[in-house]
Ligand binder design. Structure first.
Ligand code: GDP
Ligand code: IMO
Ligand code: MG
Length: 425
C-alpha cells in the first residue's frame, strides 16, 4: 500500500506551495487539499500564464491527474464558482478531474458576515483575517452546527440553511452598528450550490485509501503555514485549521502510518500578512526592498506582506512539528540584490539567548540574534542547474541544511515552473 506525501508551508503562508505542487504533479496520480479554504491563494506560473487558485488543488492543470478537495477543507460556493468560471478558458474536464468530499463544510454568506463583524469588534486586536468566513465556519464545524457538501442533496437543504442563518442573524444582532444586506448575497451562494450539485462529490477518504491500495501516488497540498496552525501557530493570530502534517490525517482520512515524505517549504527570507508577532520583521528600507523584489502582496487580498529575515528557531520548530523529511527553498532570487543576508539563529528573551519559540510569542519581547552571511549579489533567475549556482548561494543552502538538519532538495529561483533547481544529492 502506498503512502501519502505531504507538501506544506513552514512559515506564515505564501511560501510558494502552489508553484511546487504544480512542479511535482507529474510524479503523482492525485493531488489533494486537506484543510483551509478560500483564505488560501496559490499561484502557478507556466507558459506565460499566471493563475491563482483558492480552493481547487494545484494539480488541476496537468493532464492525467485527479484533484481532490478533502473533508478538512471549507468551501465557499461563491468563490468556488468564480474559480471554476476562471478555469473555463483552459477547457478542462472539471467533472472528471475534480472530486469534492461530501464531508467538506460549506461557508455561508453569514459566515463571511460573522468574520467581518468579529474583526470589527476586535478593533486594534483584529486577527487580520482574510474575511472569507474561515473562523466562523470551522467554529460551526466543531460546534456541530455546520452544513456539509453532502447536505446540498438533501430535500430539506433549504430548511437546514435557514435554520443556521437564523442562528447567525441572532449573533449578528449583538454586533451593534454592524450593517449588512444578506438578501443581496444569497443569489450568488445558491448559484454556487447549483454548480456544486452538478460536479463530482464523493466519500474522499474511501477514494484516497482505495487509490493507495491500488498503488496510486498521492500528494497532499497544505494551505497557510505552520506558524498559522490553530494549535502550534502564533495563537491567537492564526487560522482555524491544523495546517501541519497531522492535519492531513484528519483532513483526508488517511492514517498516520500512511504518511510518506513530508516536504516543508520556506522562503529564503520570511513574510507574514495580517496581524501578529513576527520576530525578524524589518520595518526599514531593507524590508521594503524585499517586498518590492519579491512582489510581496497577498494573492487573495492584495495586502502588502510584512517582510523580514529568515527565522531559524521558528523553522526548526516547524520542521519538528511536521516531521519534514526534505525542504524546498523558495524565492531565492529575491535576495539577488543583497551584498549581505541576515539569518536569525536565536532569540534574546529576558536577557537570555534561546533557540525556541516562547509560549506567548505575542506578548513576549523577542530580540532576534542575527548572523550575517555573504550574499551572491547576482541575477540567479536564469540558472538551470545548481551546478551553475554562485558559491555564495550553495554556501547559504549548506549553512541552512547544517542548522536545520534536513536536506534542501529544491531551490526555486523565480515564479515560473521552469525556474526550479533540483538539489538532490
Ligand atoms: P502559496 O500560497 O504558498 O502557494 O504562495 P503564493 O502564491 O501566495 O505566493 C508566492 C508568490 O511567489 C507567487 O506570486 C509566486 O508566483 C511567487 N513565487 C514562487 N516561487 C518563486 C520564486 O522562486 N521566485 C520568485 N521571485 N517568485 C516566486
Ligand atoms: P496560503 O495558503 C498567508 C492569515 C491571514 C490572517 C490569519 C487568519 O496562500 O499560504 P483567516 O482568514 O484564515 O481566518 O486569517 O491567517 N492567512 C494567510 N496568510 N497565506 C495564507 O494562505 C493565509 N490564509 C490565512 O492573513 O493573518
Ligand atoms: Mg498564498
Amino acid at each position: 500500500m502506498n503512502k501519502v506525501d505531504v507538501l506544506l508551508g513552514l512559515q506564515w503562508g505564501d511560501e510558494g506551495k502552489g508553484k511546487i505542487v504544480d512542479v511535482l504533479t507529474p510524479e503523482y496520480d492525485i493531488i489533494a487539499r486537506f484543510q483551509g479554504g478560500p483564505n488560501a491563494g496559490h499561484t502557478l506560473e507556466f507558459d506565460g500564464i499566471k493563475h491563482v487558485l483558492h480552493t481547487i488543488p494545484s494539480g488541476i492543470f496537468r493532464k492525467g491527474t485527479m484533484n481532490v478537495i478533502g473533508n478538512g477543507v471549507v468551501i465557499d460556493p461563491v468563490i468556488f464558482k468564480q474559480e471554476i468560471d476562471n478555469l473555463a478558458q483552459f477547457d478542462l474536464p472539471i467533472k472528471d478531474i475534480l472530486l469534492i468530499s461530501k464531508k467538506a463544510h460549506l461557508i455561508l454568506p453569514t459566515h463571511r458576515l460573522l468574520d467581518a463583524a468579529s474583526e470589527k469588534a476586535k478593533g486594534k486586536e483584529k486577527i487580520g483575517s482574510t474575511l472569507k468566513g474561515i473562523g466562523p465556519t470551522y467554529m460551526d464545524k466543531t460546534g456541530r452546527n455546520g452544513l456539509r457538501v453532502g447536505d446540498i442533496f438533501s430535500p430539506n437543504f433549504k430548511e437546514k440553511y435557514n435554520k443556521l442563518v437564523e442562528k447567525h442573524v441572532g449573533i449578528l444582532d449583538h454586533h451593534e452598528g454592524f450593517e449588512y444586506d444578506l438578501k443581496s448575497l444569497e443569489p450568488a451562494f445558491f448559484e454556487g450550490i447549483e454548480l456544486l450539485r452538478s460536479l463530482s462529490t464523493i466519500d474522499s477518504e474511501q477514494y484516497i485509501n482505495a487509490a493507495l491500495k491500488e498503488g496510486k501516488t498521492v500528494l497532499a497540498e497544505g494551505a497557510q503555514g505552520t506558524l498559522l496552525d490553530i494549535d502550534f501557530g502564533s495563537y491567537p493570530f492564526v487560522t482555524s485549521s491544523n495546517t501541519v502534517t497531522a492535519g492531513t490525517c484528519t483532513g483526508l482520512g488517511v492514517a498516520p502510518t500512511r504518511i510518506g515524505d513530508v516536504i516543508g517549504i520556506f522562503k529564503a527570507y520570511c513574510t507574514r500578512v495580517g496581524s501578529g508577532p513576527f520576530p525578524t520583521e524589518l520595518h526599514d528600507e531593507v524590508g521594503e526592498s524585499i517586498r518590492k523584489a519579491g512582489a510581496e502582496f497577498g494573492a487573495t487580498t492584495g495586502r502588502p506582506r510584512r517582510c523580514g529575515w529568515i527565522d531559524l528557531p521558528a523553522l526548526k520548530y516547524a520542521i519538528m512539528i511536521n516531521g519534514a523529511s526534505e525542504l524546498s527553498m523558495m524565492k531565492s532570487d529575491v535576495l539577488d540584490g543583497f551584498e549581505e543576508i541576515k539569518v536569525c539563529t536565536h532569540y534574546i528573551i529576558d536577557g537570555k539567548k534561546v533557540d525556541y519559540l516562547p509560549f506567548d510569542i505575542t506578548d513576549t519581547e523577542i530580540e532576534p540574534v542575527l548572523e550575517t552571511i555573504k550574499g551572491w549579489n547576482t541575477d540567479i533567475t536564469g540558472l538551470t542547474s545548481m551546478d551553475e549556482a554562485p558559491k555564495e548561494l550553495t554556501d547559504y543552502v549548506k549553512y541552512l541544511e547544517d542548522h536545520l538538519e534536513v536536506p534542501i532538495t529544491t531551490v526555486s529561483v523565480g515564479p515560473d515552473r521552469t525556474q526550479t533547481l533540483n538539489n538532490k544529492k
